[in-house]
Write a protein that binds this ligand. Structure first.
Ligand SMILES: Cc1ncc(COP(=O)(O)O)c(C=O)c1O
Length: 378
């Protein structure tokens, strides 16, 4: 089946008895044992739930992995994944990762003796130089957030594999519709499902897909032990949302490209970061590993004083955190999503008070552009 059809058919129920098309919500905490020592395969919902199982198997299929796991948030997923590592283990993480990922590694897992080196993932030599005998994982996002840098996934895998180091890709921005890192050889994909996968700014959830069953089972052990699972209702909502992923992603992509090209010509805009633009330095690598550019872009205005005006004056576009929903959202990463990245790192990276991040929704593209035009011209 073509990926587009697989996406639509995620969770189509095969219940012979009722013929239901939609997977039921199994709102049950516990399950009856047929007899002593027997199980239906479901004992208690923290361990496994039939609705969650459909979602977990579905995302594993779309990413091309052997085991999927669903969590109460993207951060719960990332936390469970990090728990497979031990005191003294070393991680290499891209420095412009999502601020919450930075925070949980730098401020929480450091208390448990995990060490980390933050690098510019678009410079492979920085990753190579950071490898130590204790390095257990390289964690990347591509495109990065909010600077839209491109990390060469295959090149990272090539340097990681000989040392037995895991390559972990946060695939939140592109989703399996545009990019499937496991097919390139990555070990684990993580998602904030709160973004494009759920797609309607109404759900918080997280997913993990492991390429290899043994590694997946190790993460599943942590999921069951620590309990950060996605509930049956939210699992069902996520299944329903994923069904329209392909058409949503196509529209996010075409809208974002149109907005990026328009912003490039605006006199108050000094820089636009979007991998679909011809002058993007990572475009050639991106085109090798992904089939679309997604709906995220960032831009820099010529004066920080313009920023509060834009955030106040946008009407169709909402000034709110998060991304990946059908409604366009605008954020100021320096004070919102990336506030936990140390200020010297932010300044060095260019996450300044003039940098705005736009999650381009699926509205009419002219309406989005008109809204920006009126907000930028005040
Ligand atoms: C790229 C990326 N990864 C992970 C997360 C964390 O996900 P959640 O907010 O669902 O916990 C986010 C949230 O914004 C994100 O943008």
């Amino acid at each position: 089946m073509n990926l587009h059809s697989k996406i639509v058919h995620i969770g189509v129920c095969t219940d012979e008895k009722t013929g239901a098309i939609s997977t039921p919500i199994y709102q049950s905490a516990t399950f009856r044992h047929p007899a002593l020592g027997q199980s239906t395969g479901f004992d208690y919902t923290r361990s496994q739930n039939p609705t969650r199982k459909v979602l977990e198997e579905g995302i594993a299929t779309l990413e091309g992995g052997s085991l999927g796991l669903a969590f109460a948030s993207g951060m719960a997923a990332i936390t469970a994944l990090l728990m497979i590592y031990k005191t003294g283990d070393h991680l290499i993480v891209i420095e412009d990762c999502y601020g919450g990922t930075y925070r949980v590694i730098d401020k929480v897992f450091n208390n448990f003796g995990l060490t980390v080196t933050f690098v510019d993932g678009s410079h492979l030599n920085e990753i190579v130089d950071a490898i130590t005998p204790s390095t257990k994982a390289i964690i990347v996002e591509t495109p990065t957030n909010p600077l839209m840098k491109i990390v060469d996934i295959s090149a990272v895998i090539k340097v990681a594999q000989p040392h037995g180091i895991h390559t972990i890709v946060d695939n939140t921005f592109l989703t399996p519709y545009f990019q499937r890192p496991l097919e390139l050889g990555a070990d684990v994909v993580i998602h904030s499902g709160s973004k494009y996968l759920s797609g309607h700014n109404d759900l918080v959830c997280g997913l993990i897909v492991a390429k290899d069953l043994e590694l997946g089972e190790r993460i599943r052990y942590i999921q069951n032990s620590t309990g950060g699972i996605l509930g049956p209702n939210d699992s069902w909502l996520l299944i329903r949302s994923i069904k329209t992923l392909a058409i949503r992603m196509e529209k996010h992509n075409s809208n974002a490209l149109a907005v990026a090209k328009w912003l490039q010509k605006h006199p108050r805009v000094v820089k636009v970061y979007y991998p679909g633009l011809d002058d993007h330095p990572g475009k050639a690598i991106h085109d090798r590993q992904a089939s679309g550019y997604g709906g995220m872009l960032s831009f820099v205005v010529d004066d920080a004083k313009l920023v509060p005006t834009i955030l106040r004056e946008v009407k169709l576009i909402r000034f709110a955190e998060s991304l990946g929903g059908v409604e366009s959202l605008i954020t100021l990463p320096a004070v919102q999503t990336h506030a936990d990245v140390p200020v010297d790192v932010r300044n060095r990276l260019g996450i300044s008070g003039c940098l705005l991040r736009l999650s381009v929704g699926i509205e009419n593209e002219d309406d989005i552009i008109q809204d920006l035009e009126q907000a930028l011209s005040l």
